[in-house]
Write a protein that binds this ligand. Structure first.
Ligand code: FAD
Length: 456
């Protein structure tokens, strides 16, 4: 028999339980047909960097499969039943997708397959979203107790990489989608071996220092695994199982596993409340009024292009355009600036991020935005407004990060680099004065918050 393995966010061969299930199903004399469906509903809104990264991951997978990967584009509920008939497959295997679109799509595929089963084994998470609940069966709404229960629940050991697979060959495939024109944006190498190499380097060289360096945007102190995790070039279980177990790294290991737990928490929230990707989880804070009048577009453009006059905000937005990735600390700062200094709707910021980030992920991104906007579960309280100057001084004390991304500031002395408007003669040529006054806009944000809080 032939079983079909439909790759989605699991573009690897190691630690892949659905692959093992497909092999098992095919039996000793059977074949596995590896397929990827290019779904226009996911491809179109992804933005150039993610399309290119996905394309490169597919090229890498194609190579690992010795050319057996079959690419087809179209609606999965049409493409897959046709392919199943074409090769006479008796089952279709996947890693579960727990996002709102993926769930709807998979239900439609399942219905269209009729008697041929769609079998889900594993998911892109160490613990499949929905599994960890409070004692009374209701979902967690706050991170820390979720993380405790998630650790207590535990996860399986990594699945072994199969030694031999009989891939079904000579099934017609489309070509890889065309390369994207990314201008000057540079992306990391894609695919499973690049992910494992990045992981090995992080674990051996950077992990011990992670508690100290993870909040320093000028330092290469984090794993940069987010895009690989997004596309499943590596499974988080593989990472968790390979974390060292010694006193020297205990704190670093705890911090790193906590970050993976945030990823799992946000996926869990999205599983229980699929509308949370678009709707504020906290309805009261969600009622805050955002600006839309004259001047809004100019301010939006200043933010998106990295020309607000606040160095750390501008450096972050230019890093987004330059690398399709932004340091976590700076994601919080730029998001807070859009929502609380420019009073713009977090959903527009979230959409912009999803288009430009190579790791753009609905659960982590949109809930990250809700956290900053004060509308999410576990939200940073609305009245906590990031002060871009103070954040800059604290986390980029020498201005190394802002100088890297904002060349206009290269010659500004360190003491003015986060507030160049105070330098003698004002900001350097070509660099703007602040587009708004942070202290004044903070008061506006707080007043709007008071208004919805008091129901006024
Ligand atoms: P590391 O510090 O090495 O962390 C390891 C892994 O843990 C990351 O790869 C990621 O998978 C996970 N992780 C770390 N921090 C978080 C977090 N706060 N929330 C969820 N998962 C986390 N992450 C995305 O993967 N995709 C997004 O689209 C995304 N959008 C964000 C938007 C905003 C406004 C904010 C504040 C955060 C967002 N994050 C997003 C979370 C975080 O910024 C990135 O995961 C992190 O910067 C990736 O870099 P890294 O792999 O070097 O992280």
């Amino acid at each position: 028999p032939t079983s079909l393995l439909w790759f989605r966010r699991d573009l690897r061969l190691g630690d892949h339980p659905a692959l093992l299930a497909a092999l098992d199903d095919a039996g000793p004399g059977g074949d596995v047909l590896p397929v990827f469906v290019l779904d226009p509903r996911l491809w179109r809104p992804a933005g150039g960097p993610r399309r290119q990264f996905l394309r490169d991951c597919l090229a890498d997978l194609q190579q690992s499969l010795g050319g057996a990967l079959v690419l087809r584009s179209g609606e999965p509920a049409t493409v897959l039943p046709a392919l199943v008939r074409e090769v006479g497959a008796t089952s279709v295997h996947v890693s579960a997708d727990t996002g709102p679109y993926g769930r709807r799509r998979d239900a439609a595929v399942e219905a269209a397959l009729g008697d041929v089963p769609l079998l889900r084994t594993g998911s892109p998470y160490a613990v499949t979203p929905g599994r960890v609940t409070k004692g009374d069966g209701t979902p967690f709404k706050v991170f820390s107790p979720f993380a405790r229960a998630w650790r207590a629940h535990g996860w399986r050991a990594p699945a072994p990489r199969p030694e031999t697979v009989r891939w079904l060959r000579d099934v017609a495939s489309e070509d890889l989608p065309p390369a994207q024109d990314l201008g000057a944006t540079r992306l990391p190498a894609a695919g499973e071996s690049a992910a494992l190499a990045a992981w090995d380097r992080f674990r051996e060289e950077l992990l011990p220092g992670y508690p100290d360096t993870r909040d320093r945007p000028a330092t290469d102190g984090t794993s940069r695994l987010s895009a690989y995790l997004k596309y499943g070039c590596v499974h988080p279980r593989t990472l968790l199982a390979a974390l060292p177990d010694d006193d020297r790294t205990a704190e670093a290991v705890r911090r790193f596993a906590d970050e993976l737990a945030w990823r799992e928490f946000y996926a869990d929230v999205l599983w229980h409340r699929p509308e949370s990707a678009r709707e504020p989880l906290d309805a009261r804070a969600g009622a805050i009024e955002y600006d839309s009048g004259p001047g809004t577009e100019e301010l939006w453009t200043a933010w998106a292009q990295g020309r607000t006059g606040y160095p750390i905000v501008d450096a972050g937005m230019r890093q987004l355009l330059g690398e399709a990735w932004v340091h976590n600390r700076v994601r919080m700062i730029v998001a807070s600036f859009l929502v609380k200094d420019l009073h713009q709707d977090w959903r527009r910021g979230a959409r912009h991020f999803l288009q430009h980030l190579v790791d753009g992920d609905l659960a982590s991104n949109n809930h990250g935005w809700q956290w900053v906007a004060g509308t999410g579960t576990d939200a940073s309280p609305y009245y906590r407004v990031f002060n871009p100057t103070r954040q800059g001084k604290q986390f980029d004390p020498d201005g190394e990060y802002v100088r890297r991304w904002v060349p206009e500031l290269r010659d500004v002395p360190a003491r003015f680099v986060h507030e160049p408007w105070l330098a003698p003669g004002g900001p350097p040529p070509g660099y703007p004065e602040p587009v708004v006054d942070h202290a004044a806009e903070q008061q506006v944000a707080l007043a709007r918050y008071e208004q919805v809080r008091s129901g006024g």
